[in-house]
Design a protein around this ligand. Structure first.
Ligand code: PBG
Ligand code: ZN
Length: 325
């Protein structure tokens, strides 16, 4: 048996709350959080998303009030998703200056001018087959989608968006978007790329959220969940193309990827705690199996520990409410 003074005593710094707080290596605050917001056209009341308790699809008529309420709770950044009723083969509503994407940007910026408004730039909520781009003969046509994405982001910028967040895993999307924005004088608008986005079953409840009839797979453009090296290469490519912020999505099951990208790039890094992660915690807490607040805190600290700087989470609004006096 070792003598008392040869024992290395980690417990020395864990004895009291004050000591433990002094020793804390990571924190998160509302400064780091981005709240996703779902907006559906042609509805008059908000619709509860059954698979995501506490999350709603908002009509445009209630968007002003909702965004102001988020701002007053202390939310400083939102990520907009539109649920279109004007779907076509290409998702052309996304580059219509009177389309849903442009309208929801204008409404939110007018409602809360200081709120950082980010658009999720993709096509899946606007195409008839719900793919993240325009479908050619059989597959999603990468390069045609790039051209459409360029039109979409210019319209979003003209509508007043603060940040562009392309989520379609289109090869070359960051370079194409940067070129299009710069050509129209939007050199100041940053791009937060969904740079390492996996083809994940954790997106299940999101499909419910966006009312997607999508039964297919995005395996042909999102990353295989078995692949780490490829995921690093994806983010480094977007870094090289000029992405201002990189992203890993989903979060909890991909902390190794977060950590490795944090080591490989000097760009700010975002993580997306996706719908399935949200629902797992909400449903387990509702069943009395998990302590909701403690588990949420633990997951966000894990993201920070792994190297995330920004966190996109459906819990952001609830966390803002925790801080209420
Ligand atoms: C689609 C998109 C998805 C999410 C954000 N943008 C779903 C998908 O790729 O099928 C997932 C968000 C979530 O699950 O919370 N471009
Ligand atoms: Zn998409």
């Amino acid at each position: 048996m070792s003598s008392p003074n040869s024992i290395v005593r980690f417990r020395r710094l864990r004895r009291t709350t004050n000591l433990r707080q002094l020793m804390r290596e990571h924190v998160f605050s509302l400064d780091d959080l981005i709240m996703p917001v779902f907006v559906e056209e042609n509805i008059s009341e908000r619709v509860a998303i059954e698979s995501m308790p506490g999350i709603y699809r908002y009509p445009e008529t209630q968007l002003t009030d909702y965004v102001r309420s988020l701002w007053h709770k202390g939310i400083k950044a939102i990520l907009l998703f539109g649920i279109s009723h004007q779907k076509d083969k290409e998702g052309s509503d996304t580059w219509n200056p009177q389309g849903l994407m442009a309208r929801m940007i204008r409404i939110t910026k007018t409602a809360a001018p200081q709120m950082l408004v980010i658009s999720d730039n993709c096509f899946c909520e606007y195409t008839l087959n719900s793919h993240c781009g325009t479908t050619g003969n059989r597959e999603v046509d990468n390069d045609k989608t790039l051209a459409n994405l360029q039109k979409q982001v210019v319209v979003a910028a003209q509508a007043g968006v603060d940040m562009i967040a392309p989520s379609g895993m289109v090869d070359g999307m960051v370079a194409a978007i940067r070129t299009a924005l710069d050509a129209e004088g939007f050199t100041h608008i940053p791009i937060m790329s969904y740079s390492s986005k996996f083809s994940s079953s954790f997106y299940g409840p999101f499909r419910d959220a966006v009312d997607s009839s999508f039964k297919g797979t995005r395996d042909a453009y999102q990353i295989d969940c078995a692949n780490a090296r490829e995921a690093i290469a994806e983010s480094l490519q977007d870094d090289a193309e000029g992405a201002d912020i990189l992203m890993v999505k989903p979060g909890m099951a991909y902390l190794d990827i977060l950590y490795r990208i944090r080591e490989a790039s000097l760009k700010p890094l975002a993580v997306y705690q996706v719908s399935g992660e949200y629902s797992m915690i909400k449903l387990a807490a509702a069943a009395g199996v998990l302590d909701e607040r403690a588990v949420i805190t633990e997951t966000l600290l894990a993201f920070k520990r792994a190297g995330a700087n920004l966190i996109i989470s459906y819990f952001a609004e609830a966390i803002a409410e925790w801080n209420k006096p």
